[in-house]
Design a protein around this ligand. Structure first.
Ligand code: KG4
Ligand code: ZN
Length: 377
């Protein structure tokens, strides 16, 4: 792999893309313009969450998600186009998430995109959802590769060296639960509701992060991976020991959980940063420190943000948090990634499949999901 010399190429003309995202529990469509100076503008960005439909089940139910996407995708796409103020004929491509994610939802969005592209006579770009998270900081903060990405969402926890568009090196990945999943499961154990992340954060606010000395998963281990299943189990055991739980104990349990998460994540980031910075400096003449970019829903967490700020201070670099609404799943990141591929002449055939599993770096050794479905991450 070589370092991309022109990570954000200047498009020959303004490029306008519509992006469709249906990989999990949000139906999202956006229209984005990639300008000639390589900057981007979001012309419209519509997100409809399905939380209410999944809440009674305490988690995302794939069949409910697919049906909910189907019921509103056409309406949301029409709204995104109308709010963008552009004529559909002016769109240069139709981009849609093709994976990884829940297959039913992916099929709804990708099939809709194929039909729409065909009707418009415009190219289709099948987008990798992880790549879209990885490139969002270019749209929102004008940041160009190389940088180290920390992706912490409900489905994924990875560190990735972003060398350029289409050029990714996965460094660390979770060996069990994703970080958002650990928040959601911890919330469930403590009866805090769904989605768990914001509920855990709210409960933890008045808590004492030192009361319970939970394990710091993987801390000090030489391989840069993550693990959160054991931490969740430690919270469950302690909660059973402390039962019946007072709200003060729940506050201390969640605060101590967050403290363990922050310690573990920053330790894993330090290792990933060392690997990434060494690689980046080998391939580029720039001596600017490699920035850290954070994406995914867990980037909303205040304690984690503070811990990452302190971490980059120690490393002598900066951390970039794209605006929260664009850290979580959205159509703008899909449209932006679609436009980046379009200007590189990379479009998709109409028989492109939806893929439940689609690693960003397919040269990296699979960490989980090595079975017949192929590597998960
Ligand atoms: O990126 P995202 O919106 O969806 C995907 O998983 O792709 O991330 C959702 C995850 C959920 O697990 C949610 O509990 C977590 O992000 N989350 C948080 C917070 N807000 C959302 N976790 C910790 N603290 C938060 N404030
Ligand atoms: Zn996501």
């Amino acid at each position: 792999m070589t370092m991309s010399q022109e990570p954000l190429i200047m498009p020959a003309a303004e490029t306008i893309a519509i992006g469709i995202e249906t990989s999990c529990d949000e139906t999202a469509v956006a229209v984005v313009r990639l300008n000639r100076d390589a900057s981007g503008d979001i012309l419209s960005n519509i997100i409809r969450s399905q939380w209410e439909q999944h809440r009674p089940f305490g988690g995302v139910v794939p069949e409910i998600a697919a049906r909910a996407h189907m019921e509103c995708i056409a309406e949301i796409a029409a709204e995104a186009i109308s709010r963008s103020g552009i004529d559909p004929g002016r769109l240069d491509c139709v981009a849609a998430t093709a994976g990884p994610g829940l297959i039913g939802g992916l099929l709804v969005g990708l099939t809709f995109a194929k039909g729409f592209a065909l009707a418009l006579g415009k190219p289709l770009v099948a987008v990798n959802h992880l790549e879209a998270h990885a490139l969002t900081a270019g749209l929102t903060n004008g940041i160009a590769p190389p940088y180290l990405l920390l992706l912490v969402s409900g489905g994924h926890t990875q560190t990735v060296l972003v060398r350029g568009v289409g050029d990714y090196q996965r460094i660390g990945s979770t060996i069990d639960d994703a970080l958002g999943e650990a928040f959601d499961k911890t919330a469930k154990i403590l009866g805090l509701g769904f989605p768990g992340g914001p509920a855990v954060e709210a409960a933890a606010k008045p808590g004492d992060p030192r009361r319970f000395d939970f394990p710091r998963p993987m801390k000090g281990r030489p391989e840069p991976h993550f693990s959160f299943a054991g931490l969740k189990t430690a919270v469950r055991r302690e909660a059973q020991r402390q039962a019946p739980l007072s709200s003060a104990t729940v506050a201390d349990l969640t605060a101590s959980f967050e403290a363990a998460v922050c310690d573990s994540v920053t330790d894993r980031c330090r290792l990933a940063y060392e690997v990434a910075a060494a690689q980046a400096s080998e391939m580029s003449s720039s001596d600017a420190p490699l920035p850290l970019v954070v994406a995914g829903g867990v980037a909303a967490n205040t304690r984690l943000r503070q811990a990452l700020q302190e971490f980059v201070g120690r490393m002598g670099t900066i951390v970039v948090f794209p605006p929260l609404a664009l850290c979580t799943d959205n159509g703008a990141m899909i449209a932006w990634t679609g436009a980046q591929h379009l200007i590189r002449g990379q479009t998709s055939a109409h028989d492109v499949p939806a893929r439940a599993r689609w690693p960003l770096d397919d040269t990296a050794a699979p960490i989980i999901g090595k079975g017949r479905n192929g590597p998960k991450a």
